[in-house]
Design a protein around this ligand. Structure first.
Ligand code: NDP
Length: 452
C-alpha cells in the first residue's frame, strides 16, 4: 500500500465518529491527537500499512459491569462500573479510577486513550487504561463508600493484576477509596501484590504520590519558562479545582515564589487578591480531605476573598493559568479572554480541560501551552515507581523520589521540545510534541508485534 492510498484525516475522523456514536469526549481526544499524527506520519508507510493510529483508537477491551450496594437506609442502589483497557503495547494497562456522576463510557475511553500517550511519555513501561463508575461519593458516609468500593472491586478484581492492569485514583477516588478497594482485592484473591497505586504508606504506597501530579504540572511549567529565561517566581497564577491536583499545584507555585489567586469546585470559584499562601492552603486541605466541605467556605474564613457562584476563574487577569478540575472546563471564549488579559502560559493539571477550540486559540496566539498528557504525567510516573518499589519490596526515600519526579518531568519537556520544535521560530508546539513523542514509542512496539 502506498501513502497515497491511505484515508485522509477527515475520513479517519468520520470513521471514529461512526464507530463511536454519541461518544463526544472520546472523538474529541482522538481528533486532537490525530491532527498532529496524520501530519507526522505522512511519509511513514509502515505506520499506515499496519493501521497503527486506527488500532490505538480502538480499545483492546471495554469491560462494563453492574455494581450493587446497600446505603445506610438499607436501600439497594445500582451503579454502572467500567474498566477500559486501551493499549498494553509497552507495559501493563495503567490509569486511574474515577467516581463521579458524569462518568460515561465515552469519558473513560477518552481518558484511557490519552493515558496511553501520557504513560509512554514518562519513559516507564506502562500501557494505558482507565476505569470508574457513575457513583457519587459526595454526601455518602464512610460506610456507604466502603460498601460501594467493595462491590466495585468484587467484579473488577477479575480484570486487573500487578502485571495485567494497575488502577490508581482520579476524581472522587483518593486514599480512602484506594484503601477499601485494595482491602477487598486482598481479601478475594488472598494476594498482597501491587495491584493498585496511590496506596497508604503503611501498605505499599509510595512517598510523594499524593503530591506528584500537581507538583509535576508546575515543574513542567517551570521547564517551559526556564527555556526562555523566565520562571514562576513573582507570577500571578489562577488555578481551578480544589482537589488533589489543584492543591499540590498551588503548593508548588507558592514554593517557587508565585502567587495563587483562585481555586474552584463545581459550585464556583474563590478569588483571593492577597494570594492563597501555604497557610491558607493547609486550611483548604483540611476543608476538602477531612471535612469534605465546599470551596465557598473559604470566602467566609479569609477576609478580602470573594466567592463567585457558578462561575469559572478564567476572567481573572493573570500571568499563568492552571486548569486542574476536569475535562472541557476552559472553552474558546475563555481562552481568548486569558490571552487578552496577558496570560502567557497555561499548564493543564486536569485531563483535557481545554476544549478543541481553546487549544487552537492558545496555539494560534503562540502562548506556552502544556497539554495534560505531558503536564500532568507526574502522578502516573510516581505510580510507575510505586509499582517498581512493590515488585522489589523496597521503599525509596523521599528525596530520591523527588529527584526522579523532577528528572522525569524534564525528560517529558525535552521530548516535547524535540518533536514540537522546528516551526521556524523559537516557539514550541507542545501539543504536537507530546502527541508525537507519546505516539512513536507505542507505535514502534506495535510494529514489532505484527498484527495482533
Ligand atoms: P479530585 O476529586 O481530588 O478533585 C477534583 C476537583 O475538580 C474538585 O475540586 C471538583 O469539585 C472539581 N470538579 C470535578 N468535576 C467538576 C465539574 N464538572 N465542574 C467544576 N469542577 C469540577 O480529583 P483530582 O484532583 O485527582 O483530579 C482532577 C483532574 O486531574 C482530573 O481531570 C483528573 O483526571 C486529572 N488527573 C488526576 C491525577 C491524580 O493523580 N489525581 C493524575 C492525572 C490527572 P467538586 O468537589 O465540586 O466536584
Amino acid at each position: 500500500m502506498s501513502v497515497s492510498d491511505h484515508v485522509d484525516f477527515n475520513q479517519f475522523i468520520e470513521g471514529v465518529k461512526k464507530r463511536n456514536p454519541g461518544q463526544l469526549e472520546f472523538v474529541q481526544a482522538v481528533q486532537e491527537v490525530a491532527e498532529d499524527i496524520f501530519d507526522y506520519i505522512q511519509d511513514k508507510v509502515e505506520y499506515h500499512e499496519y493501521q497503527i493510529l486506527r488500532r490505538i483508537a480502538e480499545p483492546d477491551r471495554v469491560v462494563s459491569f453492574r455494581v450493587c450496594w446497600e446505603d445506610d437506609n438499607e436501600n439497594i442502589r445500582v451503579q454502572r462500573g467500567w474498566r477500559v483497557q486501551n493499549n498494553n503495547a509497552i507495559g501493563p494497562y495503567k490509569g486511574g479510577i474515577r467516581f463521579h456522576p458524569s462518568v460515561t463510557e465515552s469519558v473513560l475511553k477518552f481518558l484511557a486513550f490519552e493515558q496511553t500517550f501520557k504513560n509512554s511519555l514518562t519513559g516507564l513501561p506502562m500501557g494505558g487504561g482507565k476505569g470508574g463508575s457513575n457513583f457519587n461519593p459526595k454526601g455518602k458516609t464512610d460506610h456507604e463508600v466502603m460498601r460501594f468500593c467493595q462491590s466495585f472491586m468484587t467484579e473488577l478484581y477479575r480484570h486487573v493484576g500487578a502485571d495485567v492492569d494497575v488502577p490508581a485514583g482520579d476524581i472522587g477516588v483518593g486514599a480512602r477509596e484506594i484503601g477499601y478497594m485494595f482491602g477487598q482485592y486482598k481479601r478475594i484473591t488472598n494476594q498482597f501484590t501491587g495491584v493498585l497505586t496511590g496506596k497508604g504508606l503503611e501498605y505499599g504506597g509510595s512517598l510523594i504520590r499524593t503530591e506528584a501530579t500537581g507538583y509535576g504540572t508546575v515543574y513542567f511549567l517551570q521547564n517551559m519558562l526556564e527555556r526562555i529565561g523566565d520562571s514562576v517566581d513573582g507570577k500571578a497564577c489562577i488555578v481551578s479545582g480544589s482537589g488533589n491536583v489543584a492543591i499540590y499545584a498551588a503548593e508548588k507555585i507558592n514554593q517557587l515564589g508565585g502567587k495563587v489567586l483562585t481555586l474552584s469546585d463545581s459550585g464556583g470559584f474563590i478569588h483571593d487578591p492577597d494570594g492563597i499562601d501555604l497557610e491558607k492552603l493547609a486550611w483548604v486541605k483540611e476543608l476538602k480531605d477531612v471535612r469534605r466541605g465546599r470551596i465557598e467556605e473559604y470566602a467566609k474564613e479569609f477576609t478580602g476573598a470573594m466567592f463567585h457562584t457558578g462561575q469559572r476563574p478564567w476572567a481573572v487577569p493573570c500571568d499563568l493559568a492552571l486548569p486542574c478540575a476536569t475535562q472541557n472546563e476552559l472553552n474558546g471564549d475563555e481562552a481568548r479572554m486569558l490571552v487578552k488579559n496577558g496570560c502567557s502560559g497555561v499548564a493543564e493539571g486536569a485531563n483535557m480541560p481545554t476544549d478543541l477550540e481553546g487549544v487552537h486559540v492558545f496555539k494560534d496566539a503562540k502562548i506556552r501551552f502544556a497539554p495534560s498528557k505531558a503536564a500532568n504525567a507526574g502522578g502516573v510516573a510516581i505510580s510507575g515507581l510505586e509499582m517498581s518499589q512493590n515488585s522489589a519490596r523496597v521503599s525509596w526515600k523521599e528525596h530520591e523520589l523527588q529527584d526522579h519526579l523532577v528528572e522525569i518531568m524534564r525528560g517529558i519537556h525535552d521530548r516535547c521540545v524535540e518533536f514540537g520544535g522546528n516551526l521556524g521560530d523559537e516557539h514550541i508546539d507542545y501539543v504536537r510534541g507530546a502527541n508525537i513523542a507519546g505516539f512513536v514509542k507505542v507505535a514502534d512496539a506495535m510494529l514489532a508485534y505484527g498484527v495482533v
